[in-house]
Design a protein around this ligand. Structure first.
Ligand SMILES: [Zn+2]
Length: 243
C-alpha cells in the first residue's frame, strides 16, 4: 500500500509491519501486528556487520560477513544497522564484486572463442580489441547498474512512502554484491563446459550449438532473477529499520 508521506529519520516504525509507533510506551506492542515495541527500538537485533566491527583481520571479517550474506540474506539484512559507514561498506562491495567481474569477463571471452571455432575466425584482428573492450565493458556495465539501482530504488521508495534514503540503499547494495559473484558462476560454467566439449570433439559439439545458446540464455536469465530476488530481500528487510 502506498503511504502518503515518507517517515523521517526520527519516526519509530514497527520492524515487522512498518506501523508508526511514535509516542507508544516501550513496554507496549504494535497496534497493527502485536510485535513488542522494544523489538523495534531498544531490543532491536540490529547491529553493525561483522565487516564493520571487531578487531579480527580484514580477511576474517570479510569471510564471516560474506558467508552470512550468502547463507541467509533475510536474516543478515534484518540484523544489520541500516545506517553506517558507507565508505567501509563500499570497500566490501568492491571486493565482493571482483570475482563477479572476472567470471563475467571469462564467460564473454569464452563465448567469443566458441563463436570463433564454430563460425571461423573473424575477418579482421578482433581478438586484441576484444581483450581490452570486454573487461572495460564489464566494469562499466556493473558501475552503470550500481548507479541505476541506487537512483531508481531511492526514487521508487520515495514515491511509495518507504523510508529508504540513498545511503541506506547504497549500504544494502554494497553487501548484496556477494550475490553477484554467486550469480555469475552459472553463465561462466555453461560457456566453460561447451568450450571444452567443442575443443574435445568439434563435430559432435557443433550439433549442440543451438542447445548451448538456449542454455546460456537461460543461465543469464536465472542469474538475473536470483540477483533481483536477493536485492528485493535486502530492501524489504531494511525499509522499516529504525537504526
Ligand atoms: Zn507492527
Amino acid at each position: 500500500m502506498r503511504r502518503e508521506f515518507v517517515p523521517t529519520a526520527d519516526d519509530v516504525l514497527c520492524e515487522r509491519c512498518g506501523y508508526l509507533l511514535n509516542g507508544l510506551p516501550p513496554e507496549g506492542a504494535c497496534p497493527e501486528c502485536g510485535l513488542p515495541v522494544a523489538e523495534s527500538t531498544s531490543a532491536s537485533p540490529r547491529q553493525p556487520t561483522a565487516w564493520e566491527s571487531g578487531r579480527d583481520r580484514a580477511v576474517g571479517r570479510f569471510q564471516a560477513t560474506a558467508i552470512a550474506v550468502f547463507r541467509n540474506p533475510r536474516q543478515f539484512f534484518r540484523t544489520m544497522t541500516a545506517h553506517g559507514d558507507t565508505a567501509r561498506s563500499a570497500r566490501f562491495g568492491l571486493i565482493s564484486l571482483l570475482p563477479a567481474m572476472l567470471f563475467n569477463i571469462k564467460a564473454v571471452l569464452m563465448h567469443c572463442a566458441i563463436l570463433h571455432i564454430l563460425y571461423g575466425p573473424p575477418a579482421t584482428a578482433v581478438w586484441p580489441i576484444l581483450l581490452v573492450a570486454v573487461p572495460l565493458a564489464v566494469v562499466a556495465g556493473w558501475a552503470g547498474m550500481y548507479y541505476a539501482v541506487v537512483r531508481l530504488t531511492t526514487f521508487e521508495a520515495r514515491y511509495w512512502g518507504m523510508r529508504l534514503p540513498r545511503d541506506v540503499v547504497r549500504r544494502a547494495v554494497h553487501y548484496d554484491a556477494v550475490h553477484a559473484s554467486v550469480a555469475s558462476l552459472l553463465p561462466w560454467a555453461v560457456t566453460l563446459v561447451y568450450l571444452c566439449f567443442l575443443i574435445a570433439n568439434e563435430t559432435a559439439a557443433g550439433k549442440w550449438q543451438q542447445t548451448y545458446l538456449y542454455t546460456l540464455s537461460l543461465a543469464v536469465i536465472a542469474s538475473a532473477v536470483y540477483l533481483f530476488a536477493m536485492y528485493a530481500t535486502a530492501m524489504r528487510s531494511l525499509m522499516y529499520a529504525n537504526r
